[in-house]
Design a protein around this ligand. Structure first.
Ligand SMILES: CC(C)(COP(=O)(O)OP(=O)(O)OC[C@H]1O[C@@H](n2cnc3c(N)ncnc32)[C@H](O)[C@@H]1OP(=O)(O)O)[C@@H](O)C(=O)NCCC(=O)NCCS
Length: 188
C-alpha cells in the first residue's frame, strides 16, 4: 500500500491510496458528492448520481481498469481514493497508456481533493502517491496537464518534479520521470 505521513495540528496522520473496489460504499459516495462535476477538466460523473447508480458505476470502473468493455477511443484506467486515516479525502485516476488523442489533449493522471479538504497539502501528496503507482505500472515518463489558470494544480505538479514540455492556449503540459520523484520529501 502506498503511504505517506502528514502532520496536521501536531498529529501524525496516515495518508494512503486505495484502489476503487466493489467494497466501496457511502464514505466514498459522500466524498464524491463534494467534488464538482467538472473540476477544471477533472470529470466527476458520480456527482448527482443516486447511490444505486454509483454502485453500477463502481462495477464499470473495475471493468475499465481491467480493459473490459472499452470503447475504441478509451484506454484502461484505474481509479484510486486518497485516505487520511479512515477518511477518504480525494480521488485519482491513472490511464495505463496513451493514445494519440490523450497525448495531444490530456495526461496519464487526473486528481481532485474534496472541496472541504483542499489547501491542507493533500493534493501534493496525492500526486506523489499516484506517481509511485505509475512507476510500479512501468510508466517511466508521466504526462500531466493543467489548465493555465489552475494555480493549485500547476503547483502540485511542479512540487512533484514536473517539467513544462508544451503549452496550448489554455493548458500547460508537464512531464515527470517517475524514477526521480522520490526527491520529494515524505514528511513536511
Ligand atoms: C488541484 C488540487 C488537487 C490541489 O489540492 P490541494 O489539496 O488543495 O493542494 P495542496 O494543499 O497540496 O497545495 C498544493 C499547492 O497549491 C497551493 N495552493 C493551494 N490552494 C491554492 C490556491 N487556492 N491558490 C493558489 N495556490 C494554492 C499550495 O500552496 C501548494 O503549493 P506549494 O506546494 O508550492 O506549497 C485541488 O485544488 C482540486 O481538487 N482542484 C479541483 C480538481 C483539479 O483542478 N484537478 C486538477 C486537474 S486534473
Amino acid at each position: 500500500m502506498k503511504e505517506g505521513t502528514h502532520i496536521l495540528r501536531g498529529l501524525y496522520m496516515r495518508l494512503y491510496l486505495q484502489k476503487l473496489s466493489i467494497a466501496d460504499g457511502r464514505l466514498i459516495y459522500d466524498m464524491l458528492q463534494e467534488i464538482e462535476s467538472n473540476a477544471n477538466g477533472f470529470y466527476n460523473t458520480v456527482k448527482g448520481m443516486s447511490y444505486d447508480e454509483y454502485k453500477s458505476w463502481i462495477n464499470k470502473n473495475i471493468d475499465m481498469s481491467n480493459g473490459i468493455a472499452l470503447e475504441d477511443w478509451m484506454v484502461p484506467q484505474t481509479t484510486y481514493w486518497l485516505f487520511m486515516d479512515e477518511m477518504p479525502v480525494g480521488c485519482g485516476r491513472i490511464r495505463h497508456w496513451f493514445n494519440e488523442s490523450l497525448e495531444a489533449t490530456g495526461g496519464h493522471i487526473g486528481y481532485a481533493i474534496s472541496v472541504s479538504q483542499r489547501g491542507k497539502g493533500y493534493g501534493n501528496e496525492l500526486l506523489r502517491l499516484l506517481l509511485e503507482e505509475c512507476y510500479e505500472m512501468g510508466i517511466e515518463c508521466v504526462q500531466v496537464g493543467a489548465n493555465k489558470d489552475n494555480k493549485p494544480s500547476n503547483k502540485v505538479i511542479l512540487h512533484n518534479g514536473g517539467v513544462l514540455v508544451k503549452e496550448s492556449e489554455y493548458k500547460n503540459f508537464y512531464h515527470i520521470y517517475t524514477n526521480g520523484h522520490h526527491l520529494v520529501e515524505d514528511i513536511w
